[in-house]
Ligand binder design. Structure first.
Ligand code: ATP
Length: 230
């Protein structure tokens, strides 16, 4: 096969703490993820899912092994290189992390902040279009406290996708939502990701949404125990 994976993880080990408190949390992780794939990372609490997600997302430096994202080796990368990698990513977290003092459209624009080549007018236009795509075209100027949980998470999705990222990292995006809103939110992520051709790596305990994955990867005690092809 000639295509290269968008994310290639080889023998990745990760430790927290120092000296006698040093504790290994990721053990010899090997995983390749192709462009456009939706991967769900699941497993018990404390098994290392969030650690793996943050390392892959360039939010934490990889320590041992190899991690290539879009062809760039991140093991041993400088802080600058990690920042560059983060520009290709969109992030969606459990607690949507919207700014309470910004409207929906202003929050979405934050997703374009690092993209200084885009004019302010273009940012506004793209942010509005993105909110229309997530069904919030008539809530553009609402502040987060006037939106429901599901609506806030849809703003967070719009913010994550407005820069057309190659990779979206999502940590428990449905945890704070009722089952219908959770379903709506992941359906929307799936639809937009497929339209934009972006790759999603998502951590979840929510068994109701496993069906959106192309592959489910199971973690236990810091190890990948299973990579199920669907
Ligand atoms: N910043 C940190 N410093 C020290 N230990 C940490 C840190 N972050 C996580 N850990 C430890 O690393 C292990 C893996 O944690 P991680 O958050 O990756 O697990 P998880 O599978 O995402 O769990 P959960 O499903 O509960 O979010 C746990 O034992 C945790 O206590």
């Amino acid at each position: 096969m000639t295509h290269k994976p968008i994310i290639a993880i080889k023998n990745l080990n990760h430790y927290f703490g120092h000296g006698p408190l040093r504790k290994q949390v990721l053990f010899k992780i090997n995983l390749e993820i192709n462009a456009g794939e939706i991967i769900i990372l699941t497993g018990p609490s404390g098994s290392g899912k969030t650690t793996l997600l943050t390392v892959v997302g360039g939010l934490r430096s990889p320590q041992f092994g190899s991690l290539q994202v879009l062809g760039q080796e991140l093991c041993g990368a400088t802080a600058d290189q990690l920042v560059k990698t983060r520009r290709h990513n969109g992030y969606i977290f459990q607690a949507h992390n919207l700014h309470g003092s910004l409207t929906a459209v202003q929050n979405v624009k934050v997703g374009l902040e690092l993209h200084t080549h885009i004019s302010s007018q273009e940012m506004q236009t793209r942010s509005i279009q993105m909110l229309e795509q997530v069904g919030l075209g008539n809530h553009l100027h609402y502040y987060p406290d006037k939106l429901s949980g599901g609506q806030k998470q849809r703003v967070a999705i719009a913010r994550a996708l407005v820069s057309y990222p190659k990779i979206v990292l999502a940590d428990e995006p449905t945890a704070a939502l009722d089952s219908q809103s959770g379903r709506d939110v992941v359906n929307l992520m799936q639809k937009l990701a497929k339209e934009q051709g972006c790759t999603i790596l998502m951590v979840t305990h929510d068994h109701r949404i496993l069906d959106i994955a192309d592959r489910i990867v199971q973690m236990e005690d810091g190890k990948l125990v299973q990579a199920v092809k669907r």
